[in-house]
Design a protein around this ligand. Structure first.
Ligand code: GLA
Ligand code: GLA
Length: 684
């Protein structure tokens, strides 16, 4: 009940003040238990007489909330203007009887057949020009005015009915915003968007260097849509336009809900981790809390890449988040759909919590009898009885209840940030130059060893406040906007240590080449620059402060021009151009420091570099004694600190603790803890 009092106070404020309070974003995620266990439930697929049996099984597994209705539009508005929310009301009340709270999904991702038949303009047009059809989902056009009107009205009806419902704690807008439309009307909106941005065609032509290939435009209506190849400024602007479209689409839902709902009902949309279809920082800023759908797909949990996606999501609003969907065992859409091992689902949930999740929700509760996802993992089979995974999730639910109070009010606090920038990821992906150069893999390669040392890392935007951090690492910060430059300069001058990785500072805000060599406007501060970059056909040796290693995929030949710029690493013998040249340089700037790493670092060299980065920045390693394969997370706040240990090694591991500690999961105390494979301890 952490946030209840504050929120109740906010309700009393006059409308305007309450709106401002929300706009600033409170710390609150929904008014739910500190650790919530959820399931995606589709009551519309089952007779009402069955609901209680399902809810009882949920209650026994300590499920604390269900998410419902995100695909139930045809059941909630069976024909135009005829709304039927009575069954939803029944479902909310039935859940309540089992002490299960409800997250309501707005149903825009699956419009009814009558709707797209009557208003065919609401169907999206795919990039190849074909119009989508009814029968799958996400067949609608985000930019279409009629669609927005209809989905807005449906959402208002829901909010009117449930905005004061005490068992409804949150709303999910739509579902995994993702599918753009390429119809003529969207194209017109895009051209108008460009007009609003650039004012004149002369300006647009200049900033896009449109003289190239005779791309000069003399009429806004001549401007095409490109998504993969073509003018780099246009490509970037299209993504920004799409982002604005999703933002306004999501805002129309926010307004429809907030018109009726009490502010204690928090609003989110379920995002998708590394998915880069739009700039998540822009869409997230309007939401009350961030959430994402966390699927492994093929294979097993990659704690580093997945952990970083959690931290990315936490960084959208700089607070704890929800895992709105995750796989109970397996998915149905990957290449081989293997199940997670026994114990791995529980371990994965605790891994979520370690990174700041306050809720973990399984998709889905029970197999739909028909449809596209019959093979997907569930907790209850088509026969209505629990699958073998059910007891593991029930155990997790009991643990969430038990450990909740210890974790209440805690979050992840870090002295290290990794900067993640959508413009830069897009820019590199459009022109990878070396096809294996993956900007996310670059981010993860820095993040992994840093997190291994300090146990908590923030992932934030380049325009985020950076003062809390002693070390800020920016791998592949390819596009530098003036605001980011200002932020990064101020950070270094204020005493911070900024580390730039390969391909940083190459592009300006129009995705045009900087007229200064990399790192562009930050070069003067660095007292050095990139003389030339090379995509590599074979690895190049590197040596220096971080030992001997190999640079793969990409190498930047650096130079140091200032007397006090220190060369940290050099290339060995390779293509002649790189031989003996600087590969990484650093310079003290007042109390701060700026470093540029032009080499791609192999794992061992990266580990040494990470150690150097933290030591140079005055950051101590956290629990360095923990054996390999045991993941450590730290959640703290309100005078509490809880360490979450999970054994992802293939065998049992014993961890020596710095002092005698209590495992809040089982009440045991001791100065060491032994964890079987996938074993978990939450220590204080
Ligand atoms: C072709 C084209 C040039 C240029 C080069 C790049 O030869 O004629 O305009 O695109 O390829 O390799
Ligand atoms: C996505 C969707 C869900 C479901 C799952 C299956 O996350 O949001 O509706 O299709 O995938 O993995």
């Amino acid at each position: 009940m952490r946030d209840w009092k504050r929120v109740a106070g906010a309700v009393l404020l006059c409308g305007l003040a309450a709106v401002e309070l929300r706009a600033q974003g409170s710390d609150a995620v929904p008014d739910a238990p500190p650790l919530s266990l959820g399931a995606a439930w589709y009551p519309e697929q089952w007779p009402e007489s069955r609901w209680d049996a399902d809810l009882l099984l949920m209650q026994r597994a300590h499920v604390t909330f269900v998410r419902i209705t995100e695909f139930a539009w045809s059941a909630m508005e069976p024909s135009e203007g005829r709304y039927d929310l009575t069954w939803v009301e029944h479902a909310v009340r039935a859940a309540e009887r089992h002490h299960i709270q409800v997250v309501l999904g707005t149903p825009g991702a699956a419009p009814p057949a009558w709707l797209t038949q009557k208003y065919p303009e609401t169907l999206r047009t795919m990039e190849d020009g074909r119009k989508d059809e009814h029968g799958n989902r996400e067949q609608f056009n985000f930019t279409n005015a009629k669609y927005r009107e209809l989905v807005g009205r449906m959402t208002e009806k829901m909010a009117e009915r449930f905005g004061h419902d005490k068992n409804v704690i949150a709303w999910q807008i739509d579902n995994e915003l993702a599918a753009e439309s390429f119809d003529a009307d969207t194209k017109r909106q895009w051209q108008d968007w460009l007009k609003a941005k650039y004012g004149t065609l002369d300006n647009l032509n200049a900033r896009w260097t449109a003289a190239y290939w005779s791309e000069t435009y003399s009429d806004w209506r001549q401007i095409p849509i490109e998504t993969k190849y073509g003018n780099s400024g246009l490509l970037l602007n299209w993504k920004q336009f799409v982002t604005d479209t999703y933002r306004s689409y999501s805002k129309l839902h926010l307004e429809a809900i907030r018109k009726y709902a009490e502010p204690r009902q928090k609003i989110t949309t379920n995002m998708m981790g590394w998915f880069d279809g739009y700039d998540h920082y822009k869409v997230a800023q309007d939401l009350d809390f961030a959430s994402w759908d966390d699927y492994v797909g093929t294979g097993h949990l990659d704690t580093v890449r997945n952990g970083m996606a959690h931290d990315l999501t936490r960084g959208f609003l700089h607070k704890n988040f929800w895992v709105m969907e995750t796989q109970p065992g397996s998915v149905n859409w990957s290449a081989d759909n293997n199940a997670l091992d026994k114990g791995e689902v529980r371990a994965m949930a605790w891994h979520d919590v370690g990174h700041g999740a306050e809720a973990v929700s399984y998709w889905q509760w029970r197999s739909a009898l028909n449809g596209q996802e019959q093979y997907h993992g569930v907790l209850v089979g088509a026969d209505g009885t629990p699958v073998p995974l059910y007891p593991e999730v029930a155990q997790l639910g009991a643990e969430f209840q038990k450990a909740g109070p210890a974790l209440a009010g805690t979050t992840v606090e870090s002295k290290v940030a990794v900067l993640q920038d959508y413009d830069s990821r897009w820019a590199i992906n459009w022109q990878r130059h070396n096809k294996a150069f993956d900007p996310v893999a670059e981010l993860v390669s820095y993040y992994g060893p840093l997190r291994g040392l300090v146990r908590s890392v923030d992932v934030v935007a380049d325009v985020s406040p950076l003062a809390p951090y002693r070390l800020v690492v920016a791998p592949g910060l390819n596009v530098l906007t003036p605001a980011a430059v200002k932020n990064l300069e101020a950070y270094v001058r204020g005493g911070g240590h900024l580390v730039l990785g390969q391909r940083s500072g190459m592009k300006d805000e129009d995705n045009g080449l900087e007229v200064q060599r990399q790192p562009g406007p930050l070069g003067e501060m660095l007292g050095g620059r990139v003389e030339q970059w090379y995509a590599l056909d074979k690895a190049v040796p590197i040596e220096g402060k971080w030992g001997n290693g190999m640079s793969n995929l990409w190498a930047e030949q650096m130079s140091a021009s200032a007397k006090d710029t220190e060369v940290l690493m050099r290339y060995g013998k390779s293509n002649g151009w790189l031989d003996g040249q600087p590969a990484a340089v650093t310079r003290k700037v007042g109390k701060g420091r700026i470093t540029y790493i032009g080499a791609g670092l192999d794992e061992t060299t990266m580990a040494a570099a990470a150690k150097w980065m933290t030591e140079t920045s005055g950051i101590d390693a956290v629990w360095p004694q923990v054996p390999e394969g045991v993941d450590v997370s730290v959640r703290s706040g309100g005078g509490k600190t809880v360490y979450i240990l999970i054994n992802f090694a293939g065998e049992a591991k014993t961890v020596t603790l710095p002092k005698a500690m209590e495992n809040v999961l089982d009440g045991t105390k001791g100065a060491s803890v032994t964890l079987p494979q996938y074993g978990v301890a939450a220590l204080r």
